[in-house]
Write a protein that binds this ligand. Structure first.
Ligand code: F6P
Length: 535
């Protein structure tokens, strides 16, 4: 069990509250020529510059003390050792075990067996040893799942598209019938392999989609061909059997891995098919390298710990509500929505580990988009809006196809934006520029306030050599550990998600009413909405 320490009662929290914010980031750089070096870290090909944050040594020291007072080290050990730290579900939290290569790691035997099974299926399908029911090669794979059974694979398959095998991977998640129809309309059931991913095998969206796909499949092929064309990843073996899936194609999931942390194991079969097993293993090795760094590095040099603490500084002591994730590669366009689930489903909690209502801020709001597209969309608000929005800029030194001319432009924007956020542009600079352009003094006075940038806006720069399965593994694991650190300090349970249950139950009740046309009594707004549907 994790300790249950109210962070607001610690000495460090009280001191941090009394410190007051820093607003002049530019001066911090002027007064310390060593700042960027002092506030940067490297690990296994990853470079993180956190110098452009509204922090100084005093703040950082207090944040490190806060983590010590909240027994962070002890919590990390308990997580890796497999203690049941997910108390409300009485489960361990061992997604780290899914990417461990250490024989002594918990459940290593099972996990190794699963990897062998993933490898065999991937290799056999990819090299044509395993064929369709009509003896052809598979051309397409469809992953049917939602939430953690979809977002991780969707994001990683897109992120590692450069390493693509000859299989085309598709994802069906939404219960919106148009989604499944759109995906199926371009597919040939004869050459498609389906993976139904659902820990519970009861999730409305996934089961509805799986049954629709089964119907569509059986219109062209025989029901017995399901045995050749379908696999399932689940803990609900009974339901999987009832669906008609070949027991050899059933892959286990574990209660010690939450859906949003599950891409590293059997949920990642679509990833392995998309990029080949060797690359999938590199993804795991990248995450494992980050696990090693997180577990063994003193907090003062620990990348996920530092990123988490800085974010706590903004969230709890500077009234910051959101964080933007800006990857400078189109390959990572799904990273913000993946992290939305990982971060907001984990730390969007308002009851602490003692069961008490919380009176401080917890989970951040996560949003973002790929650079440079985002610059032409929401960057206006980050640069000149009234809200303080710390940004993570994620970049890669080399482009994958080696287009240097584009890469130089991309990197100029990547660095240029963080420079602009830091330094801004003073009224004087704006006026000087306008004088040069020949405007009248009256016009200059009128227009210049709108063209000035305050600057002093914080950002982290997260930089890898190139986009590889290993670097993506490291990046995701870095954020997973950041989530963990924040949850420990906020004294919440990060690994349950009771907040998604109520809506599910109400939707199930409403479905009965909608299907039967017999509406029960609801609040007036809901009643009028139901009438509006004219069902
Ligand atoms: O969104 C809630 C949730 O329980 C996620 O945590 C999970 O990843 C998703 O639903 C899907 O659940 P399942 O894998 O059981 O279908």
């Amino acid at each position: 069990m994790l300790d249950k320490i109210n962070p607001t009662k610690t000495e460090s929290w009280k001191k941090l509250k009394n410190l007051g914010s820093i607003s002049d980031l530019k001066s911090l750089f002027k007064n310390d020529s060593n700042r960027s070096k002092k506030y940067s870290l490297s690990n296994d090909g990853l470079f993180v510059d956190f110098s452009k944050n509204l922090i100084d040594d005093k703040i950082l020291d207090l944040l490190f003390n806060l983590s010590k007072e909240c027994k962070l080290k002890d919590a990390i050990n308990k997580q890796f050792d497999g203690e049941n730290i997910n108390e409300t579900e009485d489960r361990a939290v061992l997604h780290t075990a899914l990417r461990s290569f250490d024989k002594k790691s918990p459940f290593f035997k099972n996990i190794k067996q699963d990897r062998e099974k993933i490898k065999n299926l991937s290799n056999n399908i990819l090299n044509g040893n395993y064929l369709t029911s009509n003896g052809k090669r598979f051309t397409d794979v469809v992953n049917i799942g939602i939430g953690g059974s979809d977002l991780g694979p969707t994001m990683v398959v897109e992120a590692l598209k450069y390493y693509k095998t000859n299989l085309n991977i598709h994802f069906i998640s939404n219960v919106d019938g148009d989604h499944v129809t759109e995906v199926l309309k371009n597919l040939n059931p004869e050459t498609t392999f389906f993976i139904i991913v659902s820990k519970t095998f009861t999730t409305q969206e996934t089961i509805s989609n799986a049954l629709t796909v089964k119907d569509w499949f059986c219109k062209k092929l025989d029901e017995k061909d399901i045995q050749t064309h379908f696999a399932a990843v689940s803990t609900n073996l009974e339901a999987v059997k009832d669906f008609g899936i070949n027991p050899d194609f059933v892959f286990p999931m574990y209660n010690f891995v939450g859906g949003r942390f599950s891409l590293w194991g059997t949920v990642g079969i679509s990833i392995s098919l998309a990029i080949g097993y060797e690359n999938f293993e590199q993804l795991l090795r990248g995450a494992n390298s980050m696990d090693f760094h997180f577990k063994n590095t003193p907090f003062e040099k620990n990348i996920p710990v530092i990123l988490a603490l800085i974010s706590i500084w903004y969230n709890n002591f500077n009234n910051v509500e959101s964080e933007a994730i800006i990857p400078y590669t189109e390959y990572l366009k799904y990273l913000p929505s993946y992290l939305q689930q990982a971060i907001m489903e984990s730390n969007g909690k308002s009851v602490d580990r003692n069961g008490e209502k919380i009176n401080y801020q917890t989970g951040n709001i996560i949003w973002g988009g790929s650079g440079t597209n985002a610059q032409h969309a929401f960057f206006q608000l980050i640069h000149q809006g009234t809200k303080l929005i710390p940004c993570d800029f994620i970049g890669f030194k080399k482009s994958l196809y080696g287009n240097t001319s584009h890469q130089n432009k991309l990197l100029s924007n990547f660095i240029g934006q963080t420079e602009a956020l830091l330094n801004g542009k003073s009224l004087e600079e704006v006026k000087k520029e306008l004088i040069m352009s020949g405007l009248t003094t009256k016009k200059i006075d009128e227009i210049s306030p709108f063209k000035a940038f305050e600057g002093n806006k914080p950002s982290n720069t997260i930089l890898f050599e190139s986009l590889t399965p290993k670097s993506i593994g490291m990046l995701i694991a870095m954020y997973e550990h950041k989530i963990f650190v924040q949850g420990v300090i906020w004294n919440i349970f990060s690994f349950d998600q009771w907040g998604v249950e109520l809506g599910k139950k109400l939707a199930a009740k409403l479905l009965t009413e909608i299907n039967s046309g017999k509406l029960k009594s609801h609040d007036k707004s809901t009643e009028s909405l139901l009438k509006n549907l004219r069902l």
